[in-house]
Design a protein around this ligand. Structure first.
Ligand SMILES: Cc1cc2nc3c(=O)[nH]c(=O)nc-3n(C[C@H](O)[C@H](O)[C@H](O)COP(=O)(O)OP(=O)(O)OC[C@H]3O[C@@H](n4cnc5c(N)ncnc54)[C@H](O)[C@@H]3O)c2cc1C
Ligand code: SF4
Length: 332
């Protein structure tokens, strides 16, 4: 029987300087675990499924926290809480999409401690994996969800490769739509990467959902003013209206001039292992008047190429409806 709520022991480190966190990550390698708000991390430990030797709690590192205005946009420390993001006046004024998405994560209690970095970096929620079964993602040689009996209504429609788990972060598609850049640092240096490089699917590495390596830390997220004040839309559909992961969500940033869509970025979560940017839809709507007709065409195009599993075909019309509403109802 699985013993729950009794964590295996580990060394706990609480550095206050980034350089000390890097030294610990270099020392422990794959045996080290970065912890931010702990809402994803602690459930792994309590289930006794992930058993790091050392937990490096990043919450005492002041430079990882807060929202700063920069000459060309904002820089958000990775340890900034989701509540702060939801309420920050600059984010609300310029990039409301991100505040709206952060405000739809889980519950107020989780948003008070959960961080933007942890939310974007969170692991797959597939219950087979979460219950400790030895599937592909856990290093085994099968997928329990993608079988005739597999319970897979939450799983992927696109780009599967052995694993059919999805990205269920609510902030991730908003960050894609806002063309955010992810600042990832280690003792060896820094890389600033776009969403295509930050979020990774099973074809690249089946054991993780981001490209952040054990010795690296996501230190901040940058958003440029290029999308400030655009028309925005975020919507998430979940089984329950609160405290629940998205079945599908959509985030759209649309620049409109004289009623015509000049340019846009639209992404959906809950449909593939990475937030899925809808490039074909963006191509269809660019240069067209923002209207119910073009929104309908956008929605119909959104799920093209989907390959549903046994129990998740309902996500196809759901995705179409969300994208239709995003293009029709996005507002400045
Ligand atoms: C009951 C419940 C409901 C939830 N509902 C939703 C929901 O509706 N929508 C949603 O989007 N999420 C939901 N979540 C997920 C939750 O919001 C995230 O797990 C949480 O926000 C993660 O943030 P954290 O700061 O607590 O991260 P942690 O748990 O500390 O870390 C999460 C992961 O990210 C890694 N990590 C954290 N910070 C960094 C960093 N700076 N650099 C590199 N790696 C890092 C950690 O190593 C770990 O693997 C829910 C969680 C629970 C428990
Ligand atoms: S979907 Fe992925 S995480 Fe879930 S059982 Fe299959 S391999 Fe494991």
């Amino acid at each position: 029987m699985l013993i729950k709520d009794v964590m295996p022991s580990f060394e706990l480190f609480q550095p206050t300087q980034l350089k000390d966190a890097f030294a610990l990550l270099d020392r422990y390698g794959k045996d080290g675990w970065k912890m931010a708000g702990g809402y994803d991390s602690l459930s792994w430990f309590k289930e006794r499924i992930k058993r790091p030797k050392a937990v490096i709690d990043l919450s005492g590192i002041a430079e990882l926290k807060g929202v700063r205005e920069t000459p060309d946009g904002i820089e958000i420390g990775a340890l900034t809480t989701l509540t702060e993001i939801e309420r920050n006046p600059v984010i609300k004024a310029k990039f409301r999409l991100l505040a709206d998405a952060a405000g739809r994560v889980a519950s107020p209690q989780i948003r008070n401690a959960g961080t933007i970095g942890g939310n974007a970096s969170q692991d797959a929620r597939c219950w087979y994996y979460r219950s400790g079964l030895p599937c592909y993602r856990a290093g085994g040689n099968t997928c329990f969800a993608d079988t005739p009996e597999g319970v897979n209504r939450e799983h992927a429609l696109f780009d599967t490769d052995r694993c059919v788990a999805v990205s269920q972060s609510d902030t991730a598609p908003a960050l894609v739509a806002l063309d955010a850049k992810f600042v990832v640092k280690s003792s060896k240096g820094e890389r600033v990467i776009g969403y295509e490089e930050f979020f990774i699917g099973p074809k690249i590495d089946i054991t993780r959902l981001t490209s952040v390596k054990p010795e690296e830390i996501l230190t901040s997220i940058r958003i440029s003013n290029a999308w400030a004040g655009a028309h925005f839309y975020f919507e998430k559909v979940a089984d329950r209206d609160t405290w629940d992961f998205p079945l599908v969500n959509v985030a759209a940033a649309i620049q409109v001039k004289n009623g015509v869509i000049e340019t846009c970025r639209i992404a959906c979560g809950g449909v593939s292992a990475v937030p899925r940017r809808l490039l074909a839809v963006e191509g269809i709507v660019k240069g067209k008047p923002m209207s119910a007709d073009i929104a309908k065409i956008a929605g119909q195009s959104a799920p093209r190429g989907a390959s549903p599993l046994n129990y998740n075909a309902f996500k196809i019309p759901l995705m179409a409806s969300l994208v239709t509403r995003a293009v029709r109802d996005a507002r400045a």
